[in-house]
Design a protein. Structure first.
Length: 459
């Protein structure tokens, strides 16, 4: 904290002195992450900071800024500086930025790119949104089978600085088809006269350019890679994806899932940067849907209006019943959505999940049912608070809690799997949606059980 204050104070001092050379040297000595933090703390000086940095360090800093700050910088920087920055950015990071901007802005920015960078960017933007093609970069090291290790190392020294990563070298044939990938350590630890063909084993993992980005995320996790090649349907090597891009995708996906679980549409930008009316539109749709869903609760209670009028005490436990079912359903839904997201389970595991949740639901429901019976039945009989049929009422509440918790658990666990099977986002089976579903069915269960047990007594 002290260091941050000292850095900020030093920066402000140099700004006041308007010493551009000293400011340049000062910023060059800082870590990229520290420069990014400085931009976040002093947004009024962000354009000055980026303009003072060398082009390479400016691009490296720009990459790790949040989207709203990037958008502000693009707006504030003079055209020549924006052109420098965009041309220096890796193709995949540039594409990620452009696909978030309005189309009219994208057209203007693409005009600022060098011809080759423009060609690469338009090519990447041509792939469908959410595909691996949008994330890949064409900056990689490729070699041929008949090259020697010495030729490979010479090639890396010449062109490696322009590559996204040199941890892995890709072997292609004369037609550009991917043959293998070889870690750089293999070349560093091998005799210089050995040919590439003697090092390959053909065991490589590649992504298809049209694959979903979430598939890439799963492949990275399963194979512990820092980069993966991207090929087309004919196995032509088109580019690579690096782990930093996948971490960004995973973070975005996690944020969207958390927002949907909470019963709202994904914001796609920091909360404080979202215009109020846009935030209103993101939330109101779900609230209307849930409102109409909850109206079914009133319909269900209206159906049992006679029973309620005969035993008003039944209405006292409605909040208890529906909240218990909603809570158990929300718990189950959250656990299953998270397990699906990290790959712990798949749709094929639905039967195993159902069996586990039946057992869990019975155990949880039994505990709550016993507690409900003790509180309503025995306590009511002891105090006389619920009339002469308190024991029967307690049994009805206990059995209902068992059934409702079991139903909530099953609904919460199966609905995300069903949505995944239908090709929808499991996160839309959010906690509010599950709670609304279980509210309605919970009332039907409650009054049906109460009518069966209390008919001829209280009813």
């Amino acid at each position: 904290m002290v260091d941050d204050l000292m850095i900020k104070a030093k920066f402000e001092e140099l700004l006041d002195r308007d010493d551009r050379a000293a400011l340049h040297d000062f910023l060059d000595e800082l870590n990229i992450s520290t420069v990014a933090e400085l931009i976040g703390e002093m947004p009024e000086s962000q354009e000055r900071i980026i303009s003072t940095l060398s082009v390479h360090r400016a691009a490296s800093t720009f990459k790790i800024l949040d989207f709203s700050t990037q958008k502000d910088l693009i707006h504030d920087l003079p055209p020549y500086k924006t052109a420098e920055l965009l041309n220096e950015l890796p193709a995949d990071d540039r594409t990620s930025l452009l696909e978030e901007l309005p189309s009219e802005v994208v057209k203007e920015l693409i005009r600022l790119l060098h011809p080759e960078e423009r060609r690469i960017t338009l090519e990447l933007l041509g792939y469908k949104e959410g595909s691996v093609g949008r994330l890949m970069t064409p900056d990689y090291i490729a070699v041929f089978l008949d090259w020697t290790v010495q030729e490979v190392l010479d090639h890396i020294r010449t062109f490696g600085k322009d590559s996204e990563t040199i941890d892995v070298v890709y072997v292609i044939d004369d037609n550009g088809k991917l043959i293998d990938d070889i870690r750089i350590r293999e070349f560093l630890l091998t005799d210089l006269n050995v040919k590439v063909s003697d090092l390959i084993d053909g065991r490589f993992i590649a992504l298809n350019v049209n694959d979903d980005q979430n598939i890439a995320n799963d492949v990275f996790k399963m194979n512990n890679r820092v980069a993966l090649p991207v090929v087309d349907d004919k196995n032509i090597l088109l580019g690579i994806i690096t782990i930093d891009d996948i971490l960004w995708v995973a973070s975005e996906e996690f944020s969207e899932d958390m927002q949907r679980i909470g019963g709202t549409e994904a914001l796609n930008e920091p909360y404080l940067d979202v215009p109020l009316f846009k935030l209103f539109k993101k939330r109101v749709g779900w609230l209307i849907v849930l409102f109409f869903g909850e109206m079914l609760t009133a319909t269900a209670m209206g159906y049992f209006e006679y029973e309620i009028s005969q035993a008003v005490v039944l209405a006292l436990f409605v909040p208890l019943i529906i909240s218990s079912g909603g809570n158990s359903g929300s718990q189950a839904a959250t656990l299953i959505i998270q397990a699906l997201a990290v790959g712990d389970i798949t749709i094929k595991d639905w039967w195993r999940v159902m069996r586990r949740e039946i057992k869990s639901g019975l155990m949880l429901g039994t505990v709550l049912g016993v507690v409900g019976f003790l509180r309503v039945g025995l306590w009511g009989a002891y105090t006389g608070g619920y009339g002469e049929h308190a024991i029967l009422l307690g049994i009805a509440v206990g059995i209902t809690l068992l059934c409702v918790v079991l139903w909530g658990t099953l609904s919460g666990s199966m609905l995300p799997l069903l949505l995944k099977k239908l090709g929808a986002d499991p996160a839309v089976s959010s906690a509010p949606f599950i709670a609304t579903l279980v509210d309605v069915t919970g009332l039907i269960i409650y009054f049906s059980v109460a009518f069966s047990l209390l008919s001829g007594h209280m009813l």
